[in-house]
Write a protein that binds this ligand. Sequence first.
Ligand code: NDP
Ligand code: DXP
Ligand code: MN
Length: 386
Amino acid sequence: MTSAKKHIALLGSTGSIGTQALEVIASHPDQFEVEVLTAGSNAQLLIEQAQRFNPNVVVIGNEELYDHVFAALDPLDIKVYAGTAALCSVVQMDTIDMVLTALVGYAGLKPTIAAIEAKKHIALANKETLVVAGDLITSLARENAVNIYPVDSEHSAIFQCLVGEFHNPIEKIVLTASGGPFRGFDKDKLARVTKAQALKHPNWDMGAKITIDSASLMNKGLEVIEAKWLFALSARQIEVIVHPQSIVHSLVQFKDGSMKAQMGLPDMKLPIQYALAYPQRLSSDFPRFNFLDYPQLTFEQPDIETFRNLQLAYDAMNKGGNMPCILNAANEVAVEKFLNDDIGFLEMSDLIADCMHKVSFIEKPSYEDYVHSDLETRELAKALKY
Ligand SMILES: NC(=O)C1=CN([C@@H]2O[C@H](COP(=O)(O)OP(=O)(O)OC[C@H]3O[C@@H](n4cnc5c(N)ncnc54)[C@H](OP(=O)(O)O)[C@@H]3O)[C@@H](O)[C@H]2O)C=CC1
Ligand SMILES: CC(=O)[C@@H](O)[C@H](O)COP(=O)(O)O
Ligand SMILES: [Mn+2]
């Protein structure tokens, strides 16, 4: 049985979004209760979080770490499970009201489906789930009367602009992009960048995978596809503009030409809190934006010839079917290879484009087709040499 507090399952509690979500939850003990915490392999942090937040259940993805987590939490009344199947069953527990999906990558898809099937509302940080299977996820959410609240800062901005406007059609949205650490670089310079440079985002402190995606503009490409599904838009209704200060988080334009934007300092705790507490706005001590500290807010066109990933994402979205799933799997392998120094920065786009040409296209994929396409793409992407 649930009480007036929202009972949260936090998938990926040890990551950048997960740890910030726990800060939000800790500042509003009257609003939220932690029901589930999960990690991939950071057993130590998961144990510390469990000792502090006293969830009903924890899940450690890496099954080899089960004994360690179990022994540490044995004196407390906390159930411990391990592995992906456990993730999918714990999100269905009766006591959960909302699942915050803060794991990274394709691993988010299956537990999100399980949560929606159990009619849990979703606070969605894991954009890859909507990129891979946006049609399946949005239809499943509709069938189960489940709401998907965006956590991604740009999508939260659009969602906030839409409050009170749900009967007014959107003419277009404009997603802002910081441009990443390599804004203004040409291909010669990009060919020589290192992973240490790519991991230094100018405005946001995030996990490694999304930080590389931001540097390559793939993050914006994934966000274009995420926006298509969240707000039921066509490709020509979704624009991207580079805004290096990351103060305007995104904009909506309505059919009378009016534009609404949501602004603030770059701080993910705000969109996390908004998604968890919707429709309330809870008080916060997050640092406030002051116009006088930013006398210039600037905007420029993205350079999609140099940063090919954004165009590849539009191509995948326009093609439809399993193409965004192929794009996503190829990108996950490309980022891993780049972080392992196996390929250079520009070769990430070559690898993704090659996978999009070579992997079998499926126009109307089922869940099993997505699983198969993801595997097929990963095998090819791992084998490709540059
Ligand atoms: N960070 C940010 O500011 C933003 C992030 N997002 C999105 O949110 C999601 C999370 O990003 P972020 O927090 O940066 O990522 P992190 O890499 O910081 O954290 C990922 C979390 O997922 C867990 N995890 C990783 N792989 C698996 C797996 N196979 N099975 C189970 N758990 C796993 C990690 O566990 P462990 O620690 O044990 O490895 C960790 O808890 C991504 O989809 C990202 O695109 C969106 C907007 C902003
Ligand atoms: C904080 C957030 O939402 C990230 O997705 C952010 O948008 C990354 O910055 P880029 O605009 O550089 O991709
Ligand atoms: Mn974002």
